[in-house]
Design a protein around this ligand. Structure first.
Ligand code: PMP
Length: 461
């Protein structure tokens, strides 16, 4: 068979893709008819497709390319590591240099006593590790009945059976026998969609107190852990009211429940600090990381574990691990990525310069007739689309219809934004410049104008 190249004609690439490639979270038949957009190259914050379009990537791939595309240092690190030691495992009392260095670096960067690292190949795998680790922790502590993990509806923690069960995506639970037993979901702190009857502050407290209610219903002696993203990403960049996290922390402390902060999106600068836990004043016992850990240049995830948990887990043989736990090439690339983030002061630049600028520019979209609320922290933001700002009304169409139309207009205007239902989301590379921020916001406004016109024409508002 012929191997196609990035220079092959788009129609040929699309036909071969449609014939053999099954896409995640995609209706295959519909995509096969339409043809996938084929991305061939990328540099900085810009993608190139097989038709030669230059597209501004407002999503950093899938919330992961924190240092931007095209950093040759990471390619060089991978090349060097592949020549030295392309693979070895970390089972059976062995280790290797990239894994031990990366674990030490993560311990240095992570807050307070998060000093131990269990590697995985992805965020989903790391959350599967967490699920088993917290249950094993309580077993080893002589409280084996502490097995229930509390999570939230509309959380995203991954796509494996374990992590998908931890997540609160009902569309995912409907397929393939999820959630597994022992996971309890509480309501999310999504003021715009669910809380308009009170102030954000009161609503934030109410939704945090739902955790206490759940703990008391289940019985505190049966609850192992609470897991949450500091900011729900895939759920639509839901930034909780200020009252939410302090109350959650009070509750987990009161009942001695382990707190898992899923930092897969929030980690490595996304919220303007190294970790979202710092931005929101959270003290987790375990942090899940992936994505920005390698800026997506290699698949890698990890659980960063506190002294308290690691000392207990270390007393037993934890019968868990992946062939690619601490893959040497992925670790070497991640280490180089962290060096760049640190030495180039990228997180500080986000916090002090570009995030405040993005906030000001992005919030200027609030005056658009389609935009209900604008939420942003660091380099992640969202816009709620609505036909009526005052009542926070939904469109006269299935949820997601307006969002999809808006996303298609963004694509047509060479801007990648994502839609989650009728919420438009951005999460650009952390290296985005002020000029590129201007381009992002200008293209977003144009796309909103075009979406508005289309929605009016179709009688959807
Ligand atoms: N947790 C969060 C918060 C995520 O956003 C994601 C991915 N979007 C995951 C876990 C799963 O990570 P992965 O896709 O690498 O398995």
């Amino acid at each position: 068979m012929t191997i196609l190249t990035p220079n092959s004609p788009t129609a040929e690439l699309q036909a071969l893709d449609a014939a053999h490639h099954m896409h995640p979270f995609t209706q295959g038949v519909e995509l096969a008819e339409k043809g996938a957009r084929i991305i061939t190259r990328a540099d900085g914050c810009w993608l190139t497709d097989s038709d030669g379009n230059r597209i501004l990537d407002g999503m950093a791939g899938l919330w992961c390319v924190n240092i931007g595309y095209g950093r040759t240092e990471l390619a060089d690190a991978a090349h060097r590591q592949m020549l030295d030691l392309p693979f070895y495992n970390t089972f059976f009392q062995t280790s290797h240099v990239p894994a031990l260095n990366l674990a030490a670096k993560l311990a240095e960067l992570a807050p307070v006593d998060l000093n131990h690292v269990f590697f995985a190949g992805s965020g989903s795998e790391a959350n599967d590790t967490n699920l088993r680790m917290v249950r094993t922790y309580w077993q080893e502590k002589g409280q084996p009945e502490r097995q229930v993990i509390i999570s939230r509806w509309n959380a995203y923690h991954g796509s494996s059976v374990g992590s998908g069960s931890l997540g609160g995506m009902k569309g995912m639970h409907a397929q393939g026998g999820m959630p597994i037993p022992g996971i309890h979901h509480i309501d999310q702190p999504h003021w715009w969609a669910e809380g308009g009857y009170s102030t954000p502050e009161a609503f934030g407290l109410e939704r945090a107190q739902a955790l206490e209610t759940a703990i008391l219903e289940i019985g505190p002696e049966k609850v192992a852990a609470f897991i949450a993203e500091p900011v729900q990403g895939a759920g639509g960049v839901i930034i909780p009211p200020d009252t939410y996290w302090p109350e959650i922390q009070r509750i987990v402390d009161k009942y001695d429940i382990l707190l898992i902060a899923d930092e897969v999106i929030c980690g490595f600068g996304r919220t303007g600090n190294w970790f979202g836990s710092e931005t929101f004043g959270i003290k987790p016992d375990i942090m899940t990381v992936a994505k920005g850990l390698s800026s997506g240049y290699q698949p890698i995830g990890a659980s960063i574990v506190s002294d308290k948990v690691a000392s207990v887990i270390g007393n037993t043989e934890f019968n868990h691990g992946y062939t690619y736990s601490g893959h040497p090439v992925a670790c070497a690339v991640a280490l180089e990525n962290l060096r760049i983030l640190e030495e180039e002061g990228i997180v500080e630049r986000v916090r002090n310069e570009t995030a405040p600028y993005l906030k000001e520019r992005f919030e200027s979209l609030a005056d658009h007739p389609l935009v209900g609320e604008v939420k942003i922290v660091g380099m992640m933001g969202s816009l709620a689309l609505t036909p009526d700002k005052a009542t926070r009304a939904a469109f006269a169409a299935d949820a997601g219809t307006a969002g999809f139309i808006c996303r298609e207009r963004c694509f047509a205007n060479n801007l990648i934004m994502r839609h989650v239902g009728d919420r438009m989301v951005i999460s650009p590379p952390l290296v985005i410049s002020k000029e590129e921020i201007d381009t992002l916001v200008t293209r977003a406004r144009l796309s909103l104008d075009e979406a508005l016109e289309r929605l009016q024409k179709d009688g959807l508002m």
